[in-house]
Design a protein. Structure first.
Ligand code: TYM
Length: 333
């Protein structure tokens, strides 16, 4: 292996891939694959923390692989694979579970959000343990950097703590990973309620933009986005909707907030929203076409996933072997 840094990240195959996922994570992956050893997974083990329809999940996993490629990930430059094809994820997750405290998992804000108003009896243990599996994903590959949106920051801190704890108790095995969170686009908000994160499983289709929405749909959804009645394109109190559109526009065009404020000084929301819609449609224009083409090429998708998991498996097996030795397990005869 060369001495390039290692990057790991993943998306859950639930709902659709939104511009939140794209701007917060996948777009950066496309840049990072040029410089680093990257592994990007479709984290199907995470998806079953909530009940899935098996046939739909299977189909969605293939669609997500096609989406990864359509967004610009190149299997010549990075490893793309399904998490369930590398069994070490689940195995390491167990070893880490045994050094994780109930208290630290109870403090995870995403867990608290997802279980608010639910009785303990109805909360799946998988949902509770989810951040440990995520730590295993990362630590298995001796990952240096984890490019994610800001909502994953707390999970990443746990991964760092678990790595440090394991190293302290059993001796050095894991690299302690660093988060890689974009300056702009780390948290894209819902178009229907700009105080809430844009989410791929939102029931309201107007709250998000899918990376394969067509240009008209994108422009229409941006036009309908909830803003305020002030009509100035600036950030500030009560202007979350406009700030969100500025973020989307800036992330798509590479412009800063200051540049956007200058560009739209004295202009109204109609004009601004049209420009945002155009920029998003332009930025995503090839994704839809590539995606449809790739979905017709199942054999190619399978080949990409097989190559990805074969290589990921080798890296994962190396770490897990070390972990088992440190834990005191007897080598396989
Ligand atoms: P997931 O599937 O919810 O989201 C995938 C990625 O998209 C980012 N993201 C956003 N970024 C900006 N604005 C938003 N509205 C937005 N919504 C989502 C997320 O931060 C993430 O980077 N637990 C993870 C998946 C995972 C993972 C891992 C990630 C499993 N194992 C190991 C990194 C490393 C999740 O549910 O992401």
């Amino acid at each position: 292996m060369d001495d390039k840094k290692i990057i790991f990240s993943g998306v859950q195959p639930s709902g659709v891939l939104t511009i939140g996922n794209y701007l917060g994570a996948v777009k950066n992956w496309v840049e990072l694959q040029e410089e680093y050893n990257c592994l990007f997974s479709i984290v199907d083990l995470h998806a079953i923390t909530v009940q899935q329809e098996p046939a739909k999940l299977r189909q969605r996993c293939m669609e997500f692989l096609a989406l990864y490629l359509a967004c610009g990930l190149d299997p010549e430059k990075c490893l793309l694979f399904f998490q369930s094809h590398v069994p070490q994820h689940a195995e390491l997750s167990w070893a880490l579970t045994c050094t994780t405290y109930m208290g630290e998992l109870s403090r995870m804000t995403q867990f608290k959000d997802k279980t608010r108003n639910k009785q303990d009896a109805n909360i799946g243990a998988g949902l509770f343990n989810y951040p440990v599996l995520m730590a295993a994903d990362i630590l298995l590959y001796q990952t240096d950097l984890v490019p994610v949106g800001v909502d994953q920051k707390q999970h990443l801190e746990l991964a760092r703590n678990l790595a440090e704890r394991f190293n302290r108790i059993y001796g050095d095995v894991f690299k302690v990973p660093e988060p890689y969170i974009p300056k702009m686009g780390a948290k894209i908000m819902s178009l229907a309620d700009p105080t809430k994160k844009m989410s791929k499983s939102d029931e309201n289709v107007n709250s998000y933009i899918s990376v394969i929405d067509d240009a008209d749909t994108i422009i229409r959804k941006i036009k309908r986005a909830v803003t305020d009645s002030d009509n100035r394109i600036i950030r500030g109190e009560g202007k979350e909707g406009i700030e969100n559109l500025m973020t989307i526009y800036g992330s798509m065009t590479g412009r800063s907030y200051e540049e956007i404020e200058q560009e739209f000084e004295g202009k109204g929301y109609g004009e601004f929203k049209a420009a945002v819609g155009e920029a998003v449609a332009e930025g995503l224009k090839d994704v839809r076409e590539k995606y449809n083409y790739l979905l017709q090429n199942k054999d190619y998708l399978k080949e990409v996933a097989k190559n990805g998991s074969d290589n990921a498996y080798k890296m994962a097996a190396r770490t897990l072997r070390k972990v088992h030795r440190k834990l005191g397990f007897v080598d396989r005869f």
